[in-house]
Design a protein around this ligand. Structure first.
Ligand code: GLN
Length: 478
């Protein structure tokens, strides 16, 4: 079977009777089997997906199929799906079965997407390489000695290796965009509040967003159309109407872009990525767009602010895993206190424990003002300064990541080096803004890297429109 890169191609071929949903599901099931070594899927819903495909083929024949008919997707292991397991890549939730579905899952199913399985990720979304999963790392399909990126590593690897057409990820500080950069997929972190978080396992609630990972901007647009919008279960979900993103692709106006000088001049940036970014900027200028450097002097504050605030929120969110309410309970516990202590000590991985301790510390009496309250103030400055730039420009352009995918094990002993991976991706969630990674770069080492566009609040429509325009004639990497 041909490799499909967009739902439009699939639906055209379904219409022309060149392919059926059952054939598609069988194709993906075979590929999943052949690529087991990647460790992308934690569970495959084989029988269910085959049954859903059969039913959908009948619906299609009756002309009653939904908008996403033919879209076979995988979901990250921190998004709930009723009567299915969900472990957030953690031993502490091993064996936990969801009692309800995330709003996004219901909406995708209502439009006839087929869910083929549950995808590996860093434990509770904490990581940049997928090496923090209790179920082992995900390998990069383009070079299996390298990491897939994280925390939605299983999601991007599955799309990259053509194990499903699209996937859901979550992004708190870059977890959709950073692995997308490493594996050559398209990944969108929506504006805070554009997509309901109901049913997503919380890491840092004022940052977390669910978003799509695909091979094309068109598919991001159609998924967002279905997923976004108000939700009675999530009071932070915006009630602003959802545009018809996929109908509005097709841009013919000139754009004004800013690029952050300090990002392109930062020491840790790979020199080839820097060169290609400058070349890309020159190209855009030749096409008549305005691209100008701006200064963002808070660059060095992004990572510390992000890690103080997200660990604080995580320490509170993860307090519910106590050996009593959900999941793992230590068999060695003898009373209530040792149930808490031992279950949490044995159930959480090293990085999650590090972050719970750091978060508890920055929230503790005596340190609260110096760290947590201060970081909130800096977050506000970051938000103001970023929005100031976006009041003058349509988008902010940066590389998505400072490097291409690194080797497995290369950064696991040094958490600070690992945290610096997020240098370009944390600004958008700190400011609540939408950002997309587009697979436009190709390094001489053979690996892809992403260019990131950040847009204004709830303006996914213009962001997707421009993304569609700049990826139109390029060959997407994956
Ligand atoms: N790598 C970042 C972290 O470890 C981002 C993770 C995410 O977006 N979930 O926190």
């Amino acid at each position: 079977m041909q490799t499909y890169t967009s739902l439009i191609q699939i639906q055209e071929n379904i219409k022309a009777k060149k392919v059926s949903c059952l054939e598609l599901v069988n194709y993906y099931l075979n590929r999943i089997e052949q690529h087991k070594n990647l460790n992308a899927f934690l569970e495959v819903y084989k029988d269910e997906a085959l049954k859903a495909a059969e039913q959908l083929d009948q619906k299609i024949a009756q002309g009653k199929a939904g908008k996403l008919a033919g879209m076979v997707i995988g979901i990250k292991d921190n998004i709930c799906y009723k009567n299915h397991k969900c472990s957030a890549g953690s031993k502490i939730l091993e064996g936990f079965t969801s009692l309800y579905s995330a709003t996004v899952v219901e909406r995708l199913l209502n439009e006839d997407a087929i869910i083929i399985g549950r995808l590996n990720c860093d434990e509770f979304g904490m990581g940049s390489s997928n090496e923090n999963s209790a179920y082992g790392p995900v390998l990069n399909p383009l070079d299996t000695t390298r990491v897939s990126g994280g925390s939605s590593g299983g999601s991007v690897a599955a799309v990259c290796a053509d194990l499903c057409l699209a996937a859901l990820g979550t992004d708190t500080g870059g977890s959709i965009r950073q692995p997308s950069s490493f594996c050559g997929t398209v990944g969108l972190k929506p504006s805070y509040g554009r997509v309901s978080r109901w049913g997503a396992i919380a890491y840092a609630s004022s940052f977390d967003q669910i978003g799509p990972i695909t091979k094309s901007v068109e598919d991001i647009a159609i998924m967002m159309e279905v997923m976004a919008g108000k939700d009675g279960f999530d009071s932070t979900a915006s009630s602003k109407p959802v545009p018809n993103y996929s109908q509005e692709l097709g841009m013919n106006k000139k754009i004004k872009l800013a690029y952050i000088k300090e990002c392109l001049e930062s020491k840790g940036l790979d020199s080839e990525i820097q060169k290609q970014m400058y070349a890309f900027i020159e190209n855009l200028k030749k096409e008549g767009h305005i691209v100008e450097p701006v200064s963002f002097d808070l660059l060095n504050f992004l990572i510390p602010t992000y890690y103080v605030l997200t660990t604080a929120e995580a320490s509170s969110n993860l307090s519910r895993y106590d050996g009593v309410h959900y999941g793992y309970r230590s068999p060695n516990a003898i009373d209530l206190e040792s149930t808490y202590k031992r279950s949490r000590t044995e159930g959480f991985g090293k990085e999650v424990k590090r972050r719970i301790m750091l978060g508890t510390f920055v929230l503790s009496a005596g340190y609260y003002d110096a760290y947590y309250a201060k970081a909130q103030k800096v977050r506000n400055l970051i938000r103001i300064k970023t929005n100031e730039i976006l009041s003058q420009y349509d988008f902010i352009l940066t590389p998505t990541t400072p490097t291409t995918a690194f080797k497995l094990g290369e950064k696991t002993t040094d958490p600070l080096t690992m945290y610096l991976e997020d240098i370009f991706t944390v600004q958008a969630p700190l400011a609540g803004l939408p950002a997309i990674s587009l697979p436009l770069g190709k390094h001489s080492n053979g690996l892809p890297f992403g260019f990131q566009l950040m847009g204004s609040m709830l303006q996914e429509d213009t962001l997707l429109n421009f993304s569609h325009y700049i990826t139109r004639k390029e060959n997407l990497f994956c």
